[in-house]
Design a protein around this ligand. Structure first.
Ligand SMILES: [Zn+2]
Length: 217
């Protein structure tokens, strides 16, 4: 599979409104967004933000997400404790929602980001379309990222309502929020056009020299 990239065509695309611009344009005249042929420092920024997110996800899952204070004493629970709590108390629906938003989605997003980074690193441009589809999925989910935080708030509210106990969010909530934010920025920094570049380092150096895998129209 060969791709005609904007680099090969000597153009640059506005990622926001999809308008094609000639080289040398820095601001899109249709939507006002900054126009780059490729997002600057896309790969190192995406790597570091994704690794940061993984580092925050560890305490987010191991430390208590909420601390329940009742007359019986103090009880701290992690995200999974919360999920198990709802499953055991006949609230499987809520348990599944919390598991999806707090465990499955963050891990899925990060797995996809690392996969995309590997595709670019290994120059697997045959997988570019598949990678682009995955990117669009996590980009779409990204718009609902703060849902994860709302779910934690909802969980606290529900337990509070049912147990008549005092509940405060634990340290995991902050770690979790930071992991969500780092993942969101990692997605924003990743430039999906890199998936289609066979030689991302050699940007518009030799526009008239065909590079492997890029066709000229
Ligand atoms: Zn634009």
């Amino acid at each position: 599979m060969k791709w005609l990239t904007d680099i090969a065509a000597g153009r640059q695309l506005c990622l926001h409104c999809r308008k094609l611009h000639p080289l040398g344009v820095h601001t899109c005249d249709r939507c006002g967004s900054a126009v780059h042929q490729r997002i600057p420092h896309s790969i190192p920024m995406t790597w570091s933000l994704a690794i940061t997110a993984v580092l925050f996800l560890i305490p987010a899952n191991l430390l208590p997400m909420m601390v329940v204070k009742s007359i019986a004493g103090e009880d701290a629970g992690t995200i999974m404790d919360g999920v198990i709590y709802f499953l055991e108390h006949g609230e499987a629906g809520i348990g599944i929602v919390i598991f999806t938003a707090s465990v499955f989605v963050p891990f899925f997003k990060l797995t996809v980001i690392f996969y995309l980074l590997l595709l670019v690193y290994l120059k697997r441009y045959q997988r570019a379309l598949f990678g682009l589809k995955l990117f669009r999925i996590i980009h779409f989910i990204g718009k609902w990222s703060m849902l994860d935080i709302f779910v934690v708030a909802l969980m606290v509210g529900l337990v509070q309502f049912k147990n008549l106990a005092t509940i405060v969010t634990g340290p995991a909530a902050i770690a979790f929020m930071l992991a969500v934010v780092a993942t969101m920025f990692a997605t924003e920094f990743f430039d999906p056009r890199l998936l289609f570049d066979t030689e991302p380092e050699a940007q518009n150096e030799r526009p008239d020299t065909p590079t492997q895998g890029i066709t000229h129209a």
